[in-house]
Every structure is written in C-alpha cells, then in structure tokens.
Design a protein around this ligand. Structure first.
Ligand code: FAD
Length: 1019
C-alpha cells in the first residue's frame, strides 16, 4: 500500500447521489481492520454504516461531520503505517486547500466566509432535508424546539410536510438552536436554510418571523444605560413587565439592553425606531416615545392609542364619562390617518322596497349591501397597521353609529356581514340596537369593526362626511335623498386605499343599492303582466338555452325555444364537447396501447386508425343525441321553433326562417329576413353562444374562407388525418386538438403567444402538463411565440411565427386557429330591447339578469368560463330567477376538465385566487407517482392538490393533473359545492384500491398540518 487507500462515500441506495457524514466511529491514527465500521453517513433514506474492507491506519484529511459528499468522492484515507498518518484534517477541521480527493464541503462550514443570513457563531445550518425522492420543497409544520434550546445530536427540531407525509427533521450536531428561523407554514426548497445551530447560548438569534434573509446585526457591545435620554425609572403608565425577556436585537442598528427590555414590555418593534443615542443607538427614551406601538389586543388598553401635546384650556372641566373618553381617544388617534373623501349618489327606492318586502331594516340592508360590495373591493375592509403593514381581512364587521338614549354616540358592530343571511343580520341588529341605546353593549359588541357606516340621512342632512378610526380603512356617510338620490360619502385612509379604488367601490355599492334583487334574491316571479305569445322565449338551443327551457316548461310556463339549427345541442353537441371527445376516445385507444406492454400484454401496439369509421361513428353519436334531445324537448312541451331570432322591442322578437337548413353538422348562415314570424314574450333568455374568433393575423381569415385554415366550426370536415398540423392558441381547444392529432400520427406544432398555456388552469398543474407533453414524440409546444402570418392553400400551408430565436416558418397541411371564442351580437339587435353589452359580451349579474329586468342571458354569450356545464347551470339560474326563486351562479365553485392526457382539471379556487379574495388558504398536494393504481397502469404523471380555507377547514379548491380526472373530479366537485370540511373528506371511507383514496389522504395530511401549526401558535 504505497499510495493511501481512499475511503469513498459509498452508494448505499439506488437513488443516492450524495451522503452526509453523520459521525466518525474511528479517530485519525486508529488501527482499522477489514470489516470495521469507520463512519456513519446519512443517505436519502436512512443513516448507514461505512465499512472498510482493508487493514490500515485511519488518516486525514477526513470529511467533516455534517458535510455532504458526493458518491465516489473521498471521505478519508487508510495508510500502511502509523508514521504515515496525516494528522491535520481532524474531524471538524477544514482540510488543507491543496488536498486532492478531498470531499467537497457544502454550506455547512462556517467562519470568516459565513453566508448571509447566518447568525454569529453558526456551527450548523439546518436545511430543508430531502425526505423523499420526489421532494423538491417542504412546508414547515411545527418547530419542536425553541430558539435558545440546547440541541443534541439526534434531536428532532421541527416537522415538515413533504409531498408524501409529515416527517421529523433531525439534526446530527450539537449546538444552540438559533434564528433566523423560517415561519411555520412557510414553504422551503430542499437544501435551503430553515434555522441554525450556534456555538454558544449568547449567540442565539430569536427571530422566528421569516425565512432568513440577511445576516443578523452584530451584537454591538451594549452601552451603559446612562446614554442620553435614558432614565432607568420607567413612567408609571409604562412599567417594565417582571421577568420579561429583552426584545430581539433590531436589524442593522443597536439598542441598549434597557431599551430592548422596555421594548419587550411595551411590544415596541425596535426595527421601526430611530435611535437618538450615540451612533443612532436606540435608547429606552426612544422606546418610550415610540408611537404607534405594536401590542396584542389584550394589553392594548395599557397605553393610550395616541399621545398628543396637551393644550391649556381655561375653565374647570368635568371628567369625561368612559364613553366620551373612548370616542375622544379614538377621534384623536384618527388624526394620524391621511384621509380623503369621495361621494356618489344612489337611488334608494328599490332598496327601501326590497327591505320592506323582506321585513328587514334599511340600515341592515345597507350594511349587507356594503358587505356585498366589499366582496368585489376587499381592500376597503383592510386596515393600516403601524408600521408599514396592512391587515387584510375577509370578515366584514360593520360598525354603525347609533345615538344612545340621553345623548352620546355608540357604535355597535354587526359581525360577519359578508356571510350571514340578511334575515339573521336583522335579528342580531335588533338586539344590538336595543342594548346600544341603553348603553348596555358588551365589549365584544362594539370592539374592532372592520368598516363603518354613519346614516344621518334619517336626520335630514343633505350632505356630511364622517371620520374613520384607526383599525378601519373607511367609513360611509349616508345623507338624506335629494333629486339625484342619496349622497354616499366615503372617507378613506389613503395608506390603505386610493381614490380610484374607493370610486370603484362606491360604483359597486350604488349598483347593489339600486338593484338589490341581485344579492337579496328575487322579490317574486319576473314575468310582467301582459298578453304575451309566450311567458318566456329562450333564444338558442345549446346547453344553456335547453336546460333553461326545460326547467321553465317543467314549472308549467308557456315556453318557446328558438334555435337556428334543425336540432338542439348547440356547439357542445355539434362542434364542441361531444365530437372532440369522440376523437379523444379513439386517440386514447391508440395511446393506451403503450401501457399494454408494461402489463405484459404484447402484440397490441400495432393499432391503426380507420378515419372513415371513426367519422361515421362520431356523426352517428351526434345525430342520435340530437334527435333524442329534440324528442325530449317536445315531450316536456317546449315549442321548439327553428329560425334566427332578433329583438324588435323589449317584448318582441322576429324569427327569421329564410336561412333554415336541414344540415345539423354545420353552423347555419344568417338568412335574408324574407320569411319569418313575430313573437311577443314576457321574459326572454339569450343563450346564443360564441362562435370561434379568428384574429386579424395576415392570411388567417382569408385562409378560413379558402379552407387551409380551420376553426372549431370547420375542423370536422377534414377529409383525413393531416400529416403535419399547425395550431395557433394554447387554450383548452388548441391543447386538446394538438394532442389528439399527435396521437393520430400527425406532426403537430402548437404556438401560444403568452408565457403559459391554459390560463384557467392552476399554474403548477399547467406547468406540469407542459412538461409531460414534452414526452409526446410528435408534439411541439412553443410558448411566447407570436404568429405573424399564415400562407398557402389547404395541404400546403406555412405558419410564420416569431420566438426569442427570431422569425421561423413551419410547413404543414392545415392550420387550426384555436384563438378563442367571441359572441356575435350585432344580428341580435340588442339595442331594440336596451340590453347592455360590456367588453364584447352581454352584461349579466350572478342571477343571469341583463340590464333589462325581464331579459336574461346565459352561457358563452355572457363570457366567463365558456363551458357547457357553466352554460347549463346559468340556464337553470335564469329559470329559477324568472320563477321567483333564489339561486345564483357561483363562479368560485365552477369546474372544468381539459381532455389532454393526462387530463387537467379544476374545481373552485387556486391559492392565488383564494388570496385575491382575501381568504387565508393552505394547500396540500400529492404526486401521482406514489399512487399504487397509477403505478400499476403506468399512468404516473401529474398531481392532485387540495386548497382549504384555514378559518373553516372547508375545501375551496381541488386541482388535478391525472389520467381519469374526468371521473376523479366528481368527488372534488361535491367537496367544493357542498362546502365539505377537511374533517369530512378525511373521515369519508374511500374504497381501496382506488385513486379516490388520495382525497382522504390529502385531507388528513392538511388537517394534521393545520392542527399542529395552530397548536404551536396558541402554545
Ligand atoms: C372543440 C370544442 C370542444 C369543447 N369541449 C368542451 C368540453 O369538453 N367541455 C365543456 O364544458 N365545454 C366544451 N366546449 C365549450 C362548449 O361547447 C360551450 O361552452 C357550450 O356549447 C356553450 O353553450 P351555450 O348554450 O352558451 O351556446 P351554444 O352551445 O353555442 O348554443 C347556442 C345555440 O344558439 C344558436 N343561435 C345563436 N344565435 C341564435 C339566434 N339569434 N337565434 C336562434 N338561435 C341562435 C346557435 O346556433 C347554437 O345552436 C367545447 C367547445 C369546442 C369548440
């Protein structure tokens, strides 16, 4: 053994690429015999022994304990004789820089080059461990030890949630646990710091607020407490709490020990203070002067909210009552708010009538209208929190000023106006009002409103404004109604909201007050009295129109459904959902042959597509379903009228039958008006859909006329599967078509001008889908690709497009334009009925009412999700509203499936969408590759996510990328639409082995995480 023998990091599992040295079991200079264990290392799965199969003496340099070493790299050496032992590089010492074969040291060594964010004396960085093969990040569920705790090797310091389970984080080193520690519930990437171990207790940093960013300020030697302005005796109103721990050292500045102690007592955030001591050091006097301060509510009373200089006023004042004092203090404190005012006028008649009809007070109706408007403008309900923080609140607690008997102002707070029904709020208000007048309110009945209303209109004042108090962002002042309606004035805190936001809020509030039916529900059936041909005409026979007409006819109304096609079904049946899924089904059969071999089934992968047969089958399905639908419609006594309807007045349409055709497979062109009939109606429902939109890209529209460019209307006439296909647009239609044709054997290029495809799909699901689709051999997806021109003729087309790499060309047989759908409104002559249009779609509220109270609109023609089930639901909502029932379309519970492989699906809200609505949500996800069923069939791509509201534990969103999403999503729909909680989903007994078990698993995991983090927070 002339050369030293290298002890290398062994590969102890298939997946292991590096290991962490946990301990050296032998010391440098020890005699080692064959078979001895010299060290232990931690792999990605467990802690394992490192044996050597040679005799010799252990020699340095040794890899330091806790260092990560790549498989195959040296961790130590064996030499032939004791005198050859190299002693430098004892455990923990840095190896000499010249040493070759020396293990690479990762971020775990410290010293002069300590990384930013590490505290002084850091001996170990506790990083997010990789606890499974697939784990890329983890969520911190709990800290099991506190900063300042003595940590011994093997201690569990935290628990983290991986993509599979909640697991312990152990450390293999001694030291004192120190911050900066990442907050519970935060997501940390594998290998990123979570906390630190320091050498000595005094070096502990107690910051647990956020992920470490900066190196903590060096603990400057604390100057004597006699620094300028420091008095050792605290003012009587600001006592030093006994036994209090000093506040954490501020970042980037110094504070005296007394200042830190006082700051802890008074809940002052030292980071917000400017020091008046030497070199800007913060002194106790600075802390005492600190205004405003941060305090938990339970000690808030201990210090006045705001201290103003006292002004000498002649005379003998009487002491104020407690209530007078409270108003005075809060009004004085309001002087800290930079406010502005905005006024709008609203007609109150509809609200007064509606309140009377519902038997609720107008004050409560106004409060509820405010809460409804706040749903669209949540920042009105936030508050500024000193210093430089915003408190974002979803709960709307409205304080409404009331005069107490004998004078004085009381502000009872009506809680949860955003979620409680009007009638319930009315009952609560009656009690509050009574107690407020007698000054009998309990503290929780007047404390902490999130928004305020003052109604002096009832006292006849024509205009006034009110003063918001700290803790709210705005107050609404309602004056008496004049010819323009009642003036509504918001005084708002400019630190929280700006003028435009308040103006938008007031516009929404005005709409809520003037059209209370939208949120209060119908006040009765919507059909006006009159001698109409039909109670209701429904224009359009797609999913929206047909579902609406059937519901109305089922309730005994006289209904006509006017459709310009010979059969009902609309785009969904003839040019959309059904034909595309017939193609998808054939594509699935071809694609699934790939999995046969995995299961040992061979000889099936020579599957071939017979296009003619598939097309015949597709047409048969459409025709059969079309005639079934027509029979049913007639059977339930709908008058189905073929023709194109346009408005003549707000109660009459003309049905043009001159263009009628008997071909259901093609969209019927407009007639010339030479034949038809006039029909009068009580109510109308517009359900006319939205045909494909082709943007004015040079050559695109010309190509549609010539036949080389196809749309979702014309693709169904393809004579055969194209060899090469270009698709413009990465929405659901483009993505589905792209993969169907790649599965049929076409070479496909899809161009998407934005950075991502499938805008309606949760971002991680969309990203993962794109990554999975990269495996499809004949499919290329180019994002950030702008289509510049389309040239050629059918069979020889050229797509000219531009990416970061410059202009490119793609030659193909056909181009499919999948660039969205837009309603065509002009021929409907909406102006004759006064129906308003906004951004190219008919404007409709959540009850599907247009700007004309007896005219409704549903489905693609009103924008939003352009999906068949959305149209159907809206059709039922319109029917219910016409009948006088209380039903609304709720987009936050809508769902969708994109029929790619794997299929992407969504129900409800994503984390981003929840946040935008002010919901404090948490999510949990599981990759499909750990699911037994997915492994069996080889369908392991994708993931499932559940999003839940932390306040209620209700499931508010489920997002899927999985084969069989179309069936799995059914359970997710019930969870979200039924408002099920994590407990209910977790406790439901899912059959085994099915993929639905994942829902239970996810719910239990998220529940456990939320429970543990809640327990830690309250501990
Ligand atoms: C390729 C493709 C695939 C799709 N896949 C899916 C899917 O998988 N799932 C899904 O949910 N959605 C899917 N869609 C969308 C779905 O087809 C539509 O969202 C749905 O059909 C909209 O229903 P609607 O009732 O609003 O309108 P439509 O279905 O368009 O029906 C409107 C009807 O009104 C008729 N009409 C229009 N104007 C007049 C008039 N003035 N007088 C009389 N009749 C008139 C039209 O001819 C049509 O028959 C797909 C769409 C396409 C193009």
């Amino acid at each position: 053994m002339s050369e030293p023998y290298i002890i290398k990091m062994p590969q102890l599992s298939d997946t292991m690429t590096e290991g962490v040295v946990v301990s050296w079991e032998k010391k440098i200079g020890d005699k080692v015999s064959r078979g001895d264990i010299v060290a232990t290392v931690e792999t990605d799965k467990a802690i394992m022994d490192v044996e050597v199969f040679r005799d010799g003496w252990l020699s340095g340099p040794l890899a330091a304990v806790d260092s990560s070493v790549h498989v195959g790299e040296a961790i130590g050496y064996l030499v032939e004789a004791p005198e050859l032992v190299q002693r430098h590089g004892e455990v923990g010492e840095a190896p000499p820089p010249s040493a070759r074969d020396v293990p690479r040291k990762v971020d775990l060594e410290h010293g002069p080059d300590a990384k930013a964010g590490e505290p002084d004396g850091c001996v170990h960085v506790i990083k997010m461990p990789q606890l499974s093969d697939t784990m890329t990040e983890g969520v911190v569920v709990s800290w099991e030890r506190q900063p300042g705790d003595r940590i011994s090797r093997g201690d569990v310091v935290a628990t983290v949630e991986t993509d599979k389970a909640i697991m312990d984080v152990e450390v293999f080193r001694d030291g004192w646990l120190s911050g900066p520690m990442v907050a519970v519930d935060s997501t940390v990437h594998v290998g990123h710091p979570m906390a630190y171990l320091v050498e000595q207790a005094e070096q502990v940093v107690r910051d647990t607020a956020a992920a470490p960013q900066k190196k903590a300020a060096a603990a400057a030697p604390a100057p004597a407490a006699s620094s300028a302005g420091v008095s050792t005796g605290a003012a009587p109103s600001l006592p030093l709490a006994a036994g209090v721990q000093p506040a954490p050292r501020p970042t980037n500045k110094a504070a005296t020990p007394l200042a830190r102690k006082l700051a802890a007592s008074l809940y002052v955030n030292l980071n917000n203070l400017k020091g008046s001591g030497p070199s800007g050091e913060i002194t106790a006097a600075d802390v005492r002067r600190a205004q405003p301060v941060e305090r938990p509510t339970e000690v808030a009373q201990a210090v006045p909210a705001h201290v103003m200089p006292e002004i000498q006023v002649p005379g003998h004042g009487r002491p104020m009552t407690a209530m007078e004092k409270a108003v005075t203090h809060s009004m004085t404190a309001s002087l800290t708010m930079p406010t502005f005012r905005v006024t709008i006028n609203a007609k109150q008649d509809a609200l007064l009538k509606a309140a009377k009809k519902k038997g609720v007070s107008v004050t409560v109706a106004i409060a509820k209208a405010c809460a409804e408007a706040i749903k669209n403008h949540p920042s009105i309900n936030w508050a500024y929190q000193p210093v430089d923080k915003l408190v974002e609140r979803a709960q709307v607690d409205i304080g409404m000023a009331v005069s107490a008997d004998g004078g004085g102002l009381v502000v009872p707070v009506l809680r949860h106006c955003e979620s409680r029904p009007l009638e319930e709020l009315h009952e609560s208000w009656k009690g509050l009002l009574d107690r407020a007048r007698k000054r009998r309110l309990a503290p929780e009945e007047y404390a902490n409103p999130t928004f305020m209303v003052s109604n002096m209109g009832m006292l006849g004042v024509s205009y006034f404004d009110a003063i918001p108090t700290p803790g709210t962002a705005a107050i609404l002042a309602i004056a008496a109604a004049g010819p323009e309606g009642m003036p509504l004035t918001i005084t708002a805190d400019h630190r929280v909201v700006n003028g435009a936001e308040v103006a938008l809020f007031l516009n929404t509030l005005k709409a809520k007050i003037e059209q209370p039916e939208e949120w209060m529900g119908p006040m009765g059936p919507a059909i006006p009295d009159g001698n109409w041909d039909y109670d209701v005409v429904v224009i359009g026979g797609g999913p929206g129109g047909e579902d609406c007409a059937r519901d109305l006819a089922g309730h005994g109304l006289k209904v006509a459904m006017i459709n310009d096609a010979p059969f009902p079904g609309g785009e969904c049946l003839w040019r959309g959902c059904i034909p595309s899924k017939a193609w998808r089904a054939a594509a699935d059969r071809l694609r699934d042959r790939a999995h046969d071999e995995l299961l040992g089934v061979v000889g099936t992968n020579k599957a071939k597509l017979d296009w003619e047969k598939l097309e015949q089958h597709r047409r048969n399905v459409l025709e059969e379903r079309g005639s079934m639908a027509l029979k049913t419609d007639k059977g339930v006594k709908i008058d189905v009228i073929q023709g194109y309807a346009s408005f003549e007045t707000e109660h009459r349409v003309f049905v043009d039958t001159s263009g009628n055709s008997s071909d259901p497979h093609h969209r019927t062109p407009l007639g010339d008006g030479s034949a038809g009939r006039h029909i009068t109606f009580g109510c109308a429902v517009i359900a006319t859909g939205a045909p494909p939109f082709v943007p004015p890209i040079p050559g695109a529209r010309e190509g549609v006329s010539a036949g080389g460019v196809l749309t979702s209307d014309t693709v169904w006439s393809l004579p055969k599967v194209p060899k090469r296909l270009g698709i413009v647009g990465g929405g659901a239609i483009g993505m589905e078509m792209a993969q169907i044709f790649q599965d049929f054997g076409s070479e496909v290029l899809l161009l998407e001008r934005h950075e991502r495809v499938l805008a309606e799909v949760e971002p991680e699901i969309a990203r993962t889908l794109i990554a999975v689709l990269e495996n499809d051999p004949r499919l290329t997806i180019a994002t950030n690709a702008a289509t510049k021109a389309i040239k050629g003729k059918a069979g020889a087309m050229t797509l000219v497009y531009e990416t970061a790499a410059g202009e490119q060309r793609y030659k193909c047989d056909y181009v499919i334009m999948a660039t969205g759908k837009r309603p065509v409104l002009e021929p409907l002559k909406l102006d004759n009925a006064g129906v308003a249009v906004e951004n190219g779609v008919i404007k409709a509220d959540s009850r599907c009412r247009t700007s004309v109270p007896h005219i409704f609109a549903v489905g693609d023609v009103i924008g939003g999700y352009m999906l068949a089930h959305t149209a159907g639901q809206q059709g039922r909502v319109a029917a219910a509203t016409i009948l006088g029932e209380d039903m609304q379309y709720d987009e936050t519970k809508d769902s969708g499936v994109i029929f790619t492989r794997p299929e992407a699906g969504f129900v409800g809200l994503s984390m981003d969408q929840a946040k935008a609505r002010g919901i404090d949500a948490a999510e949990v996800k599981v990759p499909l590759n750990i699911d037994a069923k997915a492994m069996i069939t080889g369908e392991t791509h994708g993931l499932i996510k559940i999003v839940a509201d932390k306040a209620t534990n209700k499931v508010i969103g489920v997002h899927l990328l999985a084969d069989h999403t179309d069936t799995l999503i059914g359970e997710a729909v019930m969870m979200v639409s039924g408002g099920m909680t994590l407990e209910q989903v977790g406790n439901a007994i899912h059959p085994h082995p099915t993929q639905t078990e994942l829902f239970g698993e996810l719910a239990r995991r998220l529940l456990s995480r939320l429970r543990r983090s809640k327990a830690k927070k309250t501990a």
